[in-house]
Design a protein around this ligand. Sequence first.
Ligand code: NIG
Ligand code: FE
Length: 413
Amino acid sequence: MNDIIIQNIGALILPKKTEGPLKGEALDELKIVNNGTVVVKDGKVVYSGEYSEAYEAKEIIDASNKVVSPGLVDAHTHLVFGGSREHEMALKQQGVSYLDILKQGGGILSTVASTRQSTEAELYEKSKKEMVRMIQFGTTTVEAKSGYGLDKETELKQLNVAHQLDQDMPMRMKHTFLGPHAVPKEAKDNATFLQEMIDLLDDVKDKADFADIFCETGVFTIEESRRYMQAAKEKGLKVKIHADEIDPLGGLGLAIEEGAISADHLVASSEADKQALSNSDTVAVLLPGTTFYLGKDQYADARGMIANNGAIAIATDFNPGSCVTDNLQLVMSIAALKLKLTPNEIWNAVTVNAAKAIDVEAGTIEAGDQADIVVWDIPNHEYLPYHYGVNHAEVVIINGKKVYQNTGLLNVT
Ligand code: NIG
Ligand code: FE
């Protein structure tokens, strides 16, 4: 007997399973089945497609003509951290820039202080709360970075917390070591600190899938980033980079040269680097929620990257400073409004392509796939980015189990 049948699906969103990420025009191709059926058994999809009566199951979910899609994949988050930085909002309102706040010992460094002070149990409870919220918003796979320790003990503490959550929570996770995220106050100089983080790779390599670095003015240079990426690859880690977020240092070009699995942010990337995307499978992970939250007018040139046959994914960048939201649906709306992506491109960017950016088998719901599925309370697939800032997720299924259902108000008729 099957476990669940979802029947009466108005629009069943079926992103295409491919070897590499969807690139260029292919990003706008999305299969949508009207009046679809999905069947789930033992954590896996048994059937997805046109309406079928050929199956029985213990539970029938009537989707009432609504939309069903694979669970969303959030390919870039800083999930585990201590404290919060609401006081920086006033500084931002006064026009103090993100990098100036960091230079004054605030920003990332203030979260480093709070994270060092937090116990593993405190970090666990705090991150778990965020994860619960992510699931409620329809995210079923998440990448989590360290990077608020900048020392061995705290970086390991963050990675351990993320692994504990991976064990305890239904969500699928990928883990990233982001030791070179900023230069701590106690460091002798950038180069010495970077070497310390390179030396740490041996200690973290079994706890991380990826190594990441913040390549930015006043943080790490292109040459330092190259050195780190090469050292990480020697240890068997795949690499990622926070590139061209604020200044056009050339991080995207470096990522492509080094065969990074993704290059993230890319707001200020050069034309030449964007063109180089055409011959590369490095996924451009765009984080328009961050540009919005930092109050900038210039967004990443998603249209230009797609015209150059690049592969695009969209993620939240959830973190306590530059994008304080775990709602990927909101970021899908910002992607429509500011990156000018089409609804098809957006759905692919938060499912299949996001999965490629973190090397995970997710983002599709074909027979045999892990059953991570969301029923959305919307009339069609274009509606989600259109009606912004609210939660449209009605039912969330992870690994074949219903883990969230929006049960509505209480004591209201
Ligand atoms: O991706 N830019 C570097 N890291 C994060 C922000 C971290 C923070 O401000 O705490 C980002 O935007
Ligand atoms: Fe980030």
